[in-house]
Design a protein around this ligand. Structure first.
Ligand SMILES: [Zn+2]
Length: 321
C-alpha cells in the first residue's frame, strides 16, 4: 500500500503528516522550525522527524512520495525555493536536498497552494471539481484548483486577489501599493482597523480591554470577542471587511466560476460574523443563476489542510512523473 508524507513548513513550526492512499491522516509529528540554525540543519531535522514518523506509522513500510508546502516563492517544477523571506532561503534546492535524505521523490510548492489543495481534495471542497480558496492570515492569499489540478496562470499568480485595490480602503500595503484588499481582509487587517479607530479615540470595549500601550497586543480573535460583546466598532469592522472581501471576489469568481469558495486562515475563525456581510454583498453583485449554485464554506481541515494537501499533491505528482 502506498503512503505519502506531507510537510507544512511554517515560520514557527514544521508539521509532518503521514497520509494513506485514501487521503486520510494516520500520524503526525511537529517540530520547531528554528530557521536561524540554517537550511542544512532544518533539512536534517525534517529528515529525522520523517524517519521517526515512518517507523511509528508504517513500520517496515516506506514513503511513496513526499510533498512540502513552503511559505514563499517556489519553482515547483525544479523543486527550488526561490525566496522564503521568513526562513532566509533564496535559490535553495529543497526537493533535491531532502529526497537524498528520505529516499523518496520530493515535490514542493507554496504553502497556501498546498492548504487550498488539501481543502479542495479532502476538505470543504472535496465534493466538487472547481474550488477557489483564500486564506486570511498575516496577509491574504489564494489559489485555484480545477479538476484535481492547481491552476497557476502564465504569470503564476492566478487567484492572488489580496493586492487588488478596493474602493474605500486607504491603508498603504507592504507591496508598495495603496488600498490593497489584504490591508483589511486578513487577520492583520482586522487588527489594523481596530487600532486605527482606537487611536482616533473611538469608543469601544477594545479600548477598555487594551488601554494605551497594550493596544499592541490586540489580535483578530479579540475583535471577534468584541463583536460577541455587542461592540459597535467590532460590528462595523466585520461588516466593512466582509463587504470589501466581496468587492475583491466578485470579478475573480465570475472569471473562474468555482462551485465552492473556501475561506481559511486565522481570520476565518470569525465565521459568519465576517461571512454574513460578505454573502449579502456578493449576492447583490453576482449573476443570480451563478449565485444560487455557488457554495461558500470555511476551511474544514484547518491546521491539517497544509499537510494533507502536500501529501495528496505528492501522490498526484508521483503518479504523473
Ligand atoms: Zn498590496
Amino acid at each position: 500500500m502506498a503512503h505519502y508524507l506531507g510537510i507544512d513548513i511554517g515560520g514557527t513550526n514544521i508539521v509532518c503528516g503521514a497520509v494513506d492512499e485514501a487521503g486520510r491522516l494516520i500520524g503526525m509529528r511537529k517540530l520547531a522550525t528554528e530557521a536561524d540554525r540554517g537550511s542544512a540543519d532544518v533539512v536534517s531535522r525534517i529528515a529525522a522527524a520523517a524517519e521517526q514518523l515512518r517507523r511509528e506509522t508504517l513500520g517496515e513500510g516506506r514513503w511513496t512520495a513526499v510533498g512540502i508546502g513552503v511559505p514563499g516563492f517556489v519553482d515547483h517544477e525544479r523543486g527550488v525555493v526561490e525566496l522564503a523571506v521568513n526562513l532566509g532561503w533564496r535559490g535553495f534546492p529543497l526537493a533535491e536536498e531532502l529526497a537524498g535524505r528520505i529516499g523518496a521523490p520530493v515535490y514542493i510548492n507554496n504553502d497556501v497552494r498546498m492548504y487550498v489543495y488539501g481543502e479542495a481534495m479532502a476538505g470543504a471542497g472535496k465534493d466538487v471539481s472547481h474550488v477557489y480558496g483564500i486564506t486570511l492570515g498575516t496577509g491574504m492569499a489564494g489559489a485555484l484548483v480545477q479538476e484535481g489540478e492547481l491552476f497557476y496562470g502564465g504569470g503564476g499568480i492566478a487567484g492572488e486577489i489580496g493586492h487588488i485595490p478596493v474602493p474605500g480602503i486607504s491603508f498603504r500595503c507592504n507591496c508598495g501599493l495603496t488600498g490593497c484588499l489584504e490591508t483589511v481582509a486578513s487577520a492583520n487587517g482586522l487588527v489594523r482597523q481596530a487600532r486605527q479607530a482606537m487611536e482616533q479615540g473611538r469608543q469601544t470595549v477594545l479600548a477598555d480591554w487594551f488601554p494605551g500601550e497594550e493596544a499592541g497586543r490586540l489580535t483578530a480573535a479579540d475583535v471577534t470577542r468584541a463583536w460577541d460583546a455587542g461592540d459597535a466598532l467590532a460590528h462595523e469592522i466585520m461588516d466593512r471587511t466582509g463587504r470589501a472581501l466581496a468587492l475583491g471576489l466578485t470579478a475573480a469568481i465570475t472569471l473562474y466560476s468555482p462551485q465552492m469558495l473556501v475561506i481559511g486562515g486565522g481570520a476565518a475563525r470569525a465565521g459568519e460574523r465576517l461571512l454574513a456581510p460578505m454573502r449579502e454583498e456578493l449576492q447583490r453583485r453576482l449573476l443570480p443563476a451563478y449565485w444560487n449554485q455557488l457554495g461558500i464554506r470555511t476551511a474544514a481541515l484547518l491546521e491539517e489542510a497544509g499537510v494533507v494537501g502536500s501529501a495528496i499533491y505528492a501522490k498526484r505528482s508521483a503518479e504523473r512523473s
